[in-house]
Design a protein around this ligand. Sequence first.
Ligand code: CP3
Length: 355
Amino acid sequence: MSQPLKPTISTDNRGRFLGVLAKQTEAPPPIWLMRQAGRYLPEYREVRTKAGGFLNLCYTPALAAEVTLQPIRRFGFDAAILFSDILVVPDALGQGLRFAEGEGPILDPIFDVTDLKRLDPKSTASVFERVFETVTRVRQDLPKETALIGFCGAPWTVATYMVGGRGSSDQAAARVWAYNDPHGFNQLIDLLVEVSIAYLDGQVRAGADALQIFDTWAGCLPDDQFEVWVILPTKRIVAELKQRHPQVPIIGFPRGVGATAGWYLQETKVEGLGCDTAMSLVLMRELAGIGAVVQGNLDPLLLLAGGTHMEIRVKQILDAMNTVPFIFNLGHGIVPETPPENVARLVALVRGEGV
Ligand code: CP3
């Protein structure tokens, strides 16, 4: 916990990160990584054990703030991301959530519209307060030159876990409910839009400089469903946040949508587009051409593998993106087996330091 801060933090990383989100081009580009706080770091594993589990860690502001700061101390990323989880929202609504070792999240599934009575938006306030306190603490302890990103899950992705009770390869349970009873399913989405707005608003008031909306399961829908369950709810959240906090940029991460990302961008009005691993650099440049700030998209498994192949690909990405507003990131979260040395190497490569 007493590791010195990396000297690179003395540059205005926060200004560079927010500058890119305001459509400036920066060379080298700012860098942060999805799941930058997590099990690949021994210091994270230590704090998680002390907390007695993942959810306790999320709900103990001193410890959640500590793990948010760990990757900043080690690697000097341009931005920290609040340590929490997208499933804190259903937990706060009163749907039981637990994280079983090696199994991921497990929730008591919502089967139909009558189950929505189990959810109480009023119960979210006390849970959200703990997350907002984490943001306040992080902002106090974070170097002022480092940006802080708040986040939530998009209503569609959060709903898939609430209905399925866990992750699956196709999130079929939510998709089938949405087909069978669109009005009932829409009540769940409406509820998630409302609480997500309150959740993001509180994070901004507590000190978040930018926001990311994670839509991990956006790519499993045909376009008519995509419009109703991904685009429209996201658009409502973004519009309301823009009204309340016009200065706070928002990054959308609609994973797996391919070329449909252009439609998502134009409709939702997010400034930033988080690009997944499978999105081509050619398409990313095209999307930058229609005004998006693109973020991504190194394969997390290449970060795990490291070596020359990683170096070549990092250079390809940097070369393809050096004339557009771009934030370096992965195409999905860091996997737990990733050697921390590879992350340090990646940061040095992106910054052109000692390579
Ligand atoms: O990026 C960060 O460092 C910030 C914190 C963060 C976590 N999860 C911490 C976490 C963020 C932004 C998330 C987002 C999240 N959570 C998403 C969207 C992005 C994505 O990865 O697709 C989703 C779908 C979830 C739900 C979730 N949480 C799953 C499916 C899992 C289990 C998978 C796994 O890696 O174990 C989690 C657990 C989780 N969330 C961990 C962390 C660090 C691992 C928990 C642990 O320490 O055991």
